[in-house]
Design a protein around this ligand. Structure first.
Ligand SMILES: [Zn+2]
Length: 360
């Protein structure tokens, strides 16, 4: 559990010396950001484990994408945590061979390799969390031990322990590597914890904390940053249309313009906004029923510009933000909610969500 400071050139050289002492071949680490490859296990024609109607490849990717976002946010947030450069072995539901995954990490070269899996077994009674490295007493084992500890803290599942294994991605990567199996997809109890948004987010945050502790930093959840997210929980056809903003809203500055691009003409829909990512309860909305436009309470005094289709624009002004009780540093979440003609049953779609941090 010894700390591994990486924030200075001296510390970086010390780490390199440590790697040599451990017999691990690796290029010297950059003086600041640690290069991490996140590996979402399986993908494409290889689904991995199956359970509760979900596929392991999808859970693995979901955790990896969330962890990537957390690491990026940690890097952008100067207040705590550490700095990271992140590369993914896959960002979509694609088949990537094990040798290609290893080649990506070795060729970069990465400083660490973290492979995300979820378990499966022929008996549904098998359950719990286990994490692997190639050998004991290595930096990979240190990362493994911290990942296991944080996953247990976050998820509260059975502790199956830390283990060594001759997995290809652990034995053939030339940098310290660990592989997590946070829970069993074939166990309903485990899936009740990890098979949902909250569980996947908790898992990603646990792995963020493990990586932070691995480099000698305290566990730190980065502060809110502006960005987009996609919430496919409802019957969204895939986070369309696109949503964007001309800038960050301010309590004192000029209004910013929220835009929805590619809205099908004549679509029934509305822009909804809230303090919460799931937009429930939403604070307000701007209704678009072909033409003209109507408004929900609370109203915004500025009318929607342009036709109800194609590119839609909606000002987000300081007066409204203040009357709604928003303060500087808080987030406002916006999504375009619409009836999607491509969906026959319950044709409700949601755009990608936009999270904007309100400036003073
Ligand atoms: Zn797997």
């Amino acid at each position: 559990m010894r700390p591994l400071p990486l924030r200075s050139r001296a510390a970086s050289l010390a780490l390199t010396a440590g790697l040599v002492a451990l017999g691990v071949a690796s290029a010297p680490s950059p003086p600041t950001a640690l290069r991490v490859v996140l590996d979402a296990g399986h993908g494409g024609t290889d689904p991995g484990a199956v359970g509760s109607g979900l596929l392991e490849k999808d859970l693995n990717l979901e955790v990896v994408l969330r962890l990537r976002d957390l690491l990026d946010a940690d890097t952008a947030d100067p207040a705590g945590g550490a700095e990271w450069e992140v590369l993914l072995t896959r960002t979509t539901d694609a088949y990537v061979s094990l040798s290609d995954r290893v080649a990506l990490a070795n060729g970069w070269p990465a400083d660490r390799f973290l492979s995300i899996h979820h378990n499966g077994f022929s008996s549904s009674s098998a359950n719990g969390t286990e994490t692997f490295s190639f050998a004991n007493g290595t930096l990979g084992a240190n990362l493994r031990d911290l990942a296991q500890e944080e996953l247990l803290l976050a998820l509260g599942l059975t502790d199956r322990g830390t283990k060594t294994a001759n997995f290809f991605v652990l034995s053939q990567t030339s940098m310290p590597a660990a592989l997590t199996e946070a829970g069993f997809m074939t166990n309903p109890g485990d899936m009740a914890v990890i098979g949902n948004d909250a569980g996947l987010q908790a898992e990603a945050e646990a792995l963020l904390f493990a990586l932070q502790r691995h480099v000698g930093a305290a566990p730190y959840l980065p502060g809110p940053t502006s960005g987009t997210y996609c919430d496919p929980k409802q019957n969204s056809a895939g986070c369309l249309p696109a949503i964007g903003s001309s800038g960050l809203p301010s309590l004192t500055g000029a209004p910013v313009t929220v835009t929805c691009e590619g809205v099908p003409p004549g679509t029934f829909g509305m822009l909804i906004w809230s303090t919460q990512a799931d937009a429930l309860p939403f604070f307000g909305g701007t209704l678009c029923v072909a033409s003209p436009l109507g408004r929900f309470s609370p109203v915004v005094s500025t009318p929607w510009a342009g036709p109800c289709g194609g590119r839609l624009e909606q000002p987000l002004d300081p007066v409204w933000l203040l009357t709604q009780g928003f303060s500087a540093g808080a987030s406002v979440h916006l999504q375009w909610w619409h009836r999607d003609p491509a969906l026959v049953v319950n044709p409700v779609g949601l755009s990608e969500g936009l999270r904007l941090v309100i400036q003073p």
